[in-house]
Every structure is written in structure tokens, then in C-alpha cells.
Design a protein around this ligand. Structure first.
Ligand code: NAD
Length: 455
């Protein structure tokens, strides 16, 4: 693994756990300044030649890398599922999506062209895109391969070199991915936790920091990068509301709510985290949601730390007056399981309605009107995504215009067209972490004006 940092005798180590059993599956270096410096130097050393490689050749290299990775889909899916506990089928879908993203950027990258401007007849005026240089990619654990693949491909195809730092909770599948891609020195992997991430982000030779993860880390990274004013692209957490309007079928609405709150045990950035239901349908909606929760089987949370956060939110909400209707106790036995949980009578002062829970908890608050639901939905610092279930065209129209969120969905918690990259709003981040616009984020636009010399 010549582009993956390996364990040295004196390095601090971290354990990677299997969330289904709690067993240690591997140890990795915790990371330090020296390892970060080595990775950045290696990336920097490769960047100029990579940037001079014609865009078509870079795209072809990525396409060939994606073909190599396709041979290893099953192995990567199993490794990833072992580290983050996702069901194998979902893990495989994530790996497939990631390889698909590499293929897409392999095609899109060479088409990401500048333009000629309308200058004087004898002059040449151009607007061109240039690579930023060395891009640090800090990746979370909940969908690591899919996120890493898209971002590394967009960065590499535009001529950047990359230092990829997977989450310390899910380093193994990512390290293996890089091995099977065989993209050479322009793609470096740095293992570890914040002890690797901080010196990487602050390294003087890093030109852009792309972080997908929690708001707390995003804030720290923004502060770390502020003195150098280097580019930061932050794709952060959410506290997505689901608004259930009067007049909907409560059983269908409950199915939607369960799908949004319990998928991947609630560990998706766009999980449904708060539910505002019109009082007219609240009782049958909650009853159907409770029945659905009891029938739903989910995988484990990623680790004990995450399970403690989820359980604290539930316990505090109940102490403050919420009614526990399903779940609510950590599952006995090995691993970090927590059951699908339904809370009603929640209010917006509770952590479960205010802070990202990132667990299988459907927290419900009944509201008197659609206006009250929209106001409550906009009442946090987050702004990642939001969903409204309504039979009213007028309410649907108001919802997408008035909700402060990068993505608004009407009458479906999941779904959307390819290429739908949004800018997160509020504290949920900055810029485009996905889609064709990511190619703009990872390049610098330069204007060139050339006149003939006199004489
Ligand atoms: P995290 O911020 O703790 O970690 C993300 C990455 O940053 C990891 O590689 C980690 O090692 C590194 N890191 C952590 N602290 C650091 C520090 N102080 N300095 C430098 N690097 C540091 O996030 P996580 O727990 O791995 O992921 C879950 C979060 O990610 C949730 O909030 C979720 O909503 C969010 N997420 C957002 C999106 C999106 O597209 N908006 C997608 C997936 C996950």
C-alpha cells in the first residue's frame, strides 16, 4: 500500500470495531503531523505532472480505475458493512453508487471547459478553469465509499492531487478502495482521527479542504483554515424536518416517516429527525408509526459513543414530557443496536428536536396549522433538507418557497433526479459537495487577456 500510511512502531493506535459484535477488527495509526506532512508532500510532488496530463487522459485513467474497482464490489461492500454496520445490500448499493460517481466524473471532467470572451479583434480573452492544487478530503463513516469516490474523482479529473482521510471508524474499505483503484501518487490516503485531520487541514501546502461530517468539526476546520484563507467546502449535518399536513392518509404518511427516520438506523445526513404533524391527523399518524416501528428491523449504530448520544436525547425528552411510544432502550446483547423509537409530545426545547440525533428516533410534535409547521421547521440553525407531505398544491408551493433548506421534497422522503446537487443552508454547510457543480468548487476560474506586442 505505497499511498496508504502504515503503522509505525511508536505510533498511537486506534481500534476499528465491528458494530454488530463490538469486536476489534483492526488497528490503525491515530495519525500525527509527520504522517500528514508525508502524505501532503507526496501529493504535492505528483500534482504538477498530473495537472499537465490532458483532461481526456485523466478521465480515461479514472474510467479504468472504476473498472478495476467493479471487480471488487463484493469485497468492498463486505468490508464497509463490517466497519459501519450497514446491511450488506445497502453497503453494496453505496459501493456501486461510488463507482458510478467515478465513471460520471471521468466523463464530465474533460467536458468542464472554459470559454472564449468577446474582447478586441486582435486580442485573445479566455476564461479557464485550473486545478486548485492539493485537495484534502475528510470523509465521514456513514457512507464512506460513496462519498470518497465522488469527491476524489471530481478532484482528480480536474487536475488536483488528493490526500484522502477516511473516518477513523471506517478506514479499511477506503484503504482497500485506493489499493484497487491504482491511481498512483496523485491519490494519497492518510489514516487516523483528528490527530491526522488537523495537521492535514492546516498544512501550508494544502490548497483546499473538503470536509463531509459534523457541524462541530466543520466549525473547527473553518477556524483552522481562516488564517490562510484557503478554500473550505463543508458538507455538514442536518436536523431535517418532516411536515405532515392535514388531509393526508396517515398510514401512508407514517410509512414515509418511518422510511426517513429508520433507514440506516437513522444515520444518514438527510434522515428525518423532526416530525411536525397537523393535529387533525396526529393520533392515527402516530399509531401507524408505532406499528411500523415495531415491525422494522434495523442494523446497529456505529459505536457506543453514538448509541449514548441517541439514548441521551431520548431519555432527556421523556424527562421533559415527551411520551415514549416505541423502542427507547438500548438492545441487550453484543453490538451497538438501538431499536426504532417513537416519541410524541416533543417540543422544540428538547435536544431531540434541536440537535442532530443520528439514530433511529422519530420525534413527533403536533401542530395546529400548516403555517406553524413551516415556522417550526425553519426554527433550527440547520438547513440541509426538508420534506412536506400534503395533498394541497398551494401548500406544496409555499413549502418549497419558504423552507430554509438546500433540498425540499414534496410527498416523498427519498428520491430525486440525477445531478441534483444543492447548497446546504445555515449551519449545514457551504457550497456544492456533489454533482457537476463540484467541478467548479474544485477548480479556480482564471481570466486571461492577451494582446499582441507593439511593432
Ligand atoms: P466528523 O466531522 O466527526 O468526521 C468527519 C471526518 O473529519 C473524519 O474523517 C474525521 O476523522 C475528521 N475529523 C473529526 N474531527 C476532526 C478535527 N477536529 N479536525 C480535523 N478532522 C477531523 O463526522 P462523522 O461523525 O464522521 O460523520 C457524521 C456526520 O457527517 C453527521 O453530522 C452527518 O450528518 C454528516 N454527513 C453529512 C453529509 C452531507 O453531505 N451533508 C453526508 C454524510 C454525513
Amino acid at each position: 500500500m505505497d499511498s496508504v500510511t502504515t503503522l509505525t512502531a511508536d505510533a498511537a493506535v486506534l481500534e476499528v470495531l465491528d458494530p454488530r459484535t463490538g469486536e476489534v477488527v483492526a488497528t490503525i495509526p491515530a495519525g500525527d503531523e509527520r504522517a500528514a506532512d508525508a502524505a501532503v508532500r507526496a501529493a504535492r510532488g505528483a500534482q504538477a505532472a498530473w495537472a499537465r496530463t490532458p483532461a481526456g487522459e485523466r478521465g480515461a485513467a479514472l474510467k479504468a480505475a472504476a473498472a478495476r474497482a467493479r471487480v471488487h464490489v463484493e469485497e468492498l461492500a463486505e468490508l464497509q458493512a463490517r466497519e459501519n454496520g450497514r446491511p450488506l445490500e445497502e453497503s453494496r448499493a453505496g459501493v456501486e453508487a461510488g463507482i458510478g460517481a467515478i465513471e460520471q466524473y471521468a466523463e464530465l471532467g474533460p467536458l468542464h471547459r472554459g470559454r472564449a470572451l468577446n474582447g478586441a479583434y486582435e486580442a485573445t480573452d479566455l476564461l479557464v478553469h485550473e486545478p486548485r492544487g492539493v485537495v484534502a478530503l475528510l470523509v465521514p463513516w456513514n457512507d464512506p465509499i460513496a462519498i470518497a469516490c465522488g469527491q476524489l474523482a471530481a478532484a482528480l479529473v480536474t487536475g488536483n492531487a488528493v490526500v484522502l482521510k477516511p473516518s477513523e471508524r471506517t478506514p479499511l474499505a477506503t484503504a482497500r478502495l485506493v489499493e484497487v483503484l491504482v491511481l498512483g501518487p496523485p491519490l494519497q490516503v492518510l489514516l487516523g482521527d483528528a490527530r491526522a485531520g488537523r495537521p492535514l487541514a492546516a498544512h501550508p501546502d494544502v490548497d483546499a479542504v473538503v470536509h463531509t461530517g459534523s457541524i462541530a468539526t466543520g466549525r473547527e476546520l473553518a477556524a483552522l483554515c481562516a488564517p490562510s484563507l484557503r478554500k473550505t467546502l463543508l458538507e455538514l449535518g442536518g436536523k431535517d424536518p418532516l411536515v405532515v399536513d392535514a388531509g393526508v392518509d396517515p398510514v401512508w404518511a407514517a410509512e414515509q416517516a418511518a422510511a426517513g427516520a429508520f433507514a440506516n438506523a437513522g444515520q444518514l445526513c438527510t434522515s428525518v429527525e423532526r416530525i411536525y404533524v397537523h393535529a387533525d391527523v396526529a393520533a392515527p399518524f402516530v399509531d401507524a408509526l408505532v406499528a411500523r416501528a415495531r415491525r422494522t428491523e434495523i442494523g446497529p449504530l456505529v459505536d457506543e459513543r453514538q448509541r449514548e448520544i441517541v439514548h441521551r436525547h431520548v431519555v432527556e425528552a421523556v424527562a421533559a414530557g415527551a411520551r415514549l411510544r416505541a423502542g427507547g432502550e438500548p438492545t441487550d446483547g453484543p453490538g451497538f443496536f438501538y431499536p426504532p423509537t417513537v416519541l410524541e409530545n416533543c417540543d422544540d426545547a428538547m435536544a431531540v428536536m434541536r440537535e442532530e440525533t443520528f439514530g433511529p428516533v422519530a420525534a413527533v410534535s403536533a401542530v395546529a396549522s400548516f403555517e406553524a409547521a413551516l415556522a417550526a421547521a425553519n426554527g433550527t440553525e440547520y438547513g440541509l433538507a426538508a420534506t412536506v407531505l400534503t395533498p394541497s398544491q398551494a401548500h406544496a408551493q409555499r413549502a418549497w418557497r419558504e423552507l430554509r433548506a438546500g433540498t425540499v421534497k414534496v410527498n416523498a422522503v427519498w428520491g430525486g433526479a440525477p445531478g441534483g446537487a444543492a447548497q446546504p443552508q445555515g449551519a449545514s454547510g457551504t457550497g456544492f459537495g456533489y454533482g457537476p457543480e463540484l467541478l467548479d468548487e474544485l477548480t479556480l476560474t482564471k481570466v486571461v487577456h492577451i494582446e499582441p506586442a507593439p511593432g
